[in-house]
Design a protein around this ligand. Structure first.
Ligand SMILES: NC(=O)C1=CN([C@@H]2O[C@H](COP(=O)(O)OP(=O)(O)OC[C@H]3O[C@@H](n4cnc5c(N)ncnc54)[C@H](O)[C@@H]3O)[C@@H](O)[C@H]2O)C=CC1
Ligand SMILES: O=C(O)[C@@H]1CCC=N1
Length: 272
């Protein structure tokens, strides 16, 4: 699905909006003149204008008027206020894509006056370098074209899958929040290398490239992680010793608890 003629607007120009704008501009999905962002924070607007040459607007109503496709990229707790500000100019011809964690399409549809197509997406920040992971769920007024347009945007900045909406809180807990878990692990691995005597920059490079390589192997070979792990592990060797230390520390359980806690938090946000 091509969205070449569409104007794309971001309500909120923070971290996630910037990751998407950077990815979209880099992939040349749309020209900069067809991308806009609104934010009360002038510093954010100046930054986006300077870095990506997109249209910047102080006023959310101007943003909605400008755009055919609007990405709601503010924190969940300001969504009510913003939609009440713009709902009278939100016509069914426009498409609303929400990336707000935990907010259901039914909840957003209720906040709008008209039967506007709403699609909910959970992206993640690596969209900035074209390596994002997004899951997409359509609301009751969103037809296949709305879903296809949304997929076109998020596939331009990484991988994107359609899912049932009741799974999106789990996606939030896994891939939405996931980059932060990976950074924590990478920071710890880098510290570990330094502790053992490696220079910091070398330790960080080794850690990050190892994570990229391992993840790439998993996707490209299609093998189960356990099979790939087995190929690294020599009986009585170094890896088995390292894996034992990880198991003893409960790393598996810790990661499962992290995803569970974040999923539960996303569900709490949708219970508003
Ligand atoms: N950061 C992440 O990794 C991800 C974030 N999300 C979702 O994206 C949304 C935005 O998150 P972030 O970009 O991290 O937050 P952020 O705090 O970096 O950005 C939010 C932006 O909204 C602006 N804003 C506040 N009030 C506004 C208003 N009345 N009108 C227009 N803009 C307003 C703020 O000035 C700020 O620049 C959240 O709902 C979050 O759940 C989803 C996936 C990943
Ligand atoms: O922490 C959050 O609530 C957002 C949603 C997923 C990533 N960041």
């Amino acid at each position: 699905m091509k969205i070449t003629g569409s104007k794309l607007g971001f309500l909120g120009g923070g971290a996630m909006a910037e990751a998407l704008i950077a990815g979209i501009v880099k992939q040349e999905l749309l020209p900069c003149s067809q991308i806009a962002a609104s934010d009360p924070n002038q510093a954010r607007l100046s930054c986006l204008q300077k870095k990506y040459s997109v249209v910047v607007l102080k006023d959310n109503r101007e943003l909605v008027n400008f755009s055919d496709i609007i990405i709601l990229a503010v924190k969940p707790f300001v969504v009510d206020k913003i939609l009440s500000e713009v709902k009278d100019i939100f016509k069914p011809g426009k498409l609303l894509i929400s990336i707000a964690a935990g907010l259901k399409t039914a909840y957003l549809e209720e906040l709008l006056d008209a039967p506007v197509p709403v699609v909910r997406v959970m992206p993640n920040t690596p969209a900035l370098i074209g390596s994002g992971m997004s899951a997409v769920a359509a609301g009751k007024y969103a037809d296949e074209i709305a879903s296809e347009k949304t997929l076109a945007i998020f596939k331009a900045v990484g991988k994107a899958v359609m899912l049932a909406e009741n799974l999106l809180d789990i996606v939030t807990g896994l891939s939405g929040s996931g980059p932060a878990y990976m950074y924590l692990i990478l920071e710890a691995l880098s510290d570990a290398g330094v502790r053992m005597g490696l220079p910091r920059d070398t330790a960080t490079l080794l850690s990050a490239q190892t994570m990229i390589g391992a993840a790439g192997m998993l996707i490209e070979t299609g093998e189960h992680a356990a099979v790939l792990k087995e190929r690294v592990t020599t009986p009585g060797g170094t890896t088995a010793a390292g894996l034992f230390a990880l198991e003893e520390a409960g790393v598996r359980t810790a990661l499962m608890k992290a995803v569970e806690a974040a999923t539960v938090r996303s569900r709490e946000l949708s219970g508003r």
